[in-house]
Design a protein. Structure first.
Lengths: 110, 117
């Protein structure tokens, strides 16, 4: 089993709709969680950190469920510019090494 | 300010040749990571440097891969006797260290696209 798993998609989303997807992690001792965004043929960039209480940044909402070992990302009022691959990232209990999921591809269409 | 830079941006080489990829992290960042990403795939961790500590080499796929970081700044990833399966984008990231000794957000360079013919 991979340490961090994501549905590769693609999620085809009408413009203005809401889309949500999850990421599961295998190490229950994982300490920090992040969502990164990667545009085609570009480097990943931090979208948001994920806090235990859940957090929101504009149209983006991230949730952490430690009991079930998953994090989620919800995008409201999707824009064409939201089309990208969303990478789930987990920091383990020891050290600073980050483990990346394979990414979930989102395609927002007019 | 200047971000993470990598060179070359593209490298085409013949099977069996050695290649060196360079990463210049953001000034002051103590942590430096190398990843590789094959077409349509996720990021594969290769190696991690943190200050003067021994690097975490657990992700290096074979002994043909090595990396060094000189003076706590610039890093070079070397691939010896390249194989076609080494073809990928090699990404470098750097990160500042927080007061608690933990690293924070990773800032990625644009990557080096390696093609082994």
């Amino acid at each position: 089993r991979k340490e961090v798993e994501q549905d590769p998609g693609p999620f085809n989303v009408p413009e203005g709709a809401t889309v949500a997807f999850n990421c599961t992690y295998s190490n229950s001792a994982s300490q920090s969680f992040f969502w990164y965004r990667q545009d085609c043929r570009k480097e990943p960039k931090l979208l948001m950190s994920v806090y235990s209480s859940g957090n929101e940044d504009g149209r983006f909402t991230a949730q952490l469920n430690r009991a079930s070992q998953y994090i989620s990302l919800l995008i409201r009022d999707s824009k064409l510019s939201d089309s990208a691959t969303y990478l789930c990232v987990v920091r383990g209990a020891a050290g600073n090494k980050l483990t990346f999921g394979g990414g979930t591809r989102v395609l927002v269409k007019p | 300010g200047a971000g993470v830079s990598q060179s070359p941006s593209n490298k085409v080489t013949e099977k069996g040749k050695d290649v060196e990829l360079r990463c210049d992290p953001i000034s002051g960042h103590t942590a430096l990571y190398w990843y590789r990403q094959s077409l349509g795939q996720g990021l594969e961790f290769l190696i991690y440097f943190q200050g003067n500590s021994a690097p975490d080499k657990s992700g290096l796929p074979s002994d043909r891969f090595s990396a060094e970081r000189t003076g706590g700044s610039v890093s070079t990833l070397t691939i010896q006797r390249t194989q076609q399966e080494d073809s990928a984008v090699y990404l470098c990231a750097s990160s500042p260290t927080l007061l608690a000794g933990r690293t924070d957000t990773q800032y990625f360079g644009p990557g080096t696209r390696l093609t082994v013919l």
